[in-house]
Design a protein around this ligand. Structure first.
Ligand code: CA2
Length: 144
């Protein structure tokens, strides 16, 4: 096992901080990456943060996390959370623990956001605490 934490982000999260700040806040994904890098350094962990708008990239990166022996994956799959059996299968197929992260609280939003395929396969979930949730997930991952 390495000390690398994969932080995988799905569709539209490249727009973080630029649209819908009333729901997702004003931090960009680069801001999140910088904070995770800082905290990761303190914890002795290397952060590998990626974003893609394509489901298959996320599946490939979950497999890669297993292949390189990542310590954990923090996964905000965006809307794919609620639709992707492929992500469910990929999470189930690896031994690396996956922590589901959401900036908003999907359970308090539209009914179509209440089902989470990622959550059904993940070790745990953090939601509704803004981008701070990524740091909370990193703290949890450090203790796994
Ligand atoms: O709250 C979250 O982190 C979500 O994963 C965000 C997804 C949404 O579909 C999930 O239900 C909950 C949406 C990601 C879209 O990202 C944007 C960010 C800023 C502006 C526009 C879209």
């Amino acid at each position: 096992m390495t000390t690398t934490i994969f932080v995988l982000n799905g569709p539209n999260l490249n727009l973080l901080g630029m649209r819908e700040p009333e729901i997702y806040g004003s931090d960009t994904l680069d801001d999140v990456a910088a904070r995770l890098d800082d905290r990761g350094r303190e914890l002795g962990l290397e952060i590998d943060l990626r974003q893609s708008n394509h489901e298959g990239h996320l599946v490939d990166w979950l497999h890669e996390a297993q292949a390189v022996g990542a310590k954990a994956v923090l996964l905000n799959a965006g809307a794919l959370t609620h639709t992707s059996l492929a992500l469910y299968d990929a999470i189930k197929s690896i031994k690396v623990p996956v922590i589901e992260v959401h900036i908003s609280n999907p359970a308090a939003r539209e009914a179509y956001r209440h089902k989470s395929y990622v959550g059904m396969a993940a070790k745990g979930s953090i939601a509704g605490l803004g981008t701070y949730g990524y740091e909370l997930a990193l703290e949890a991952a450090a203790r796994l």
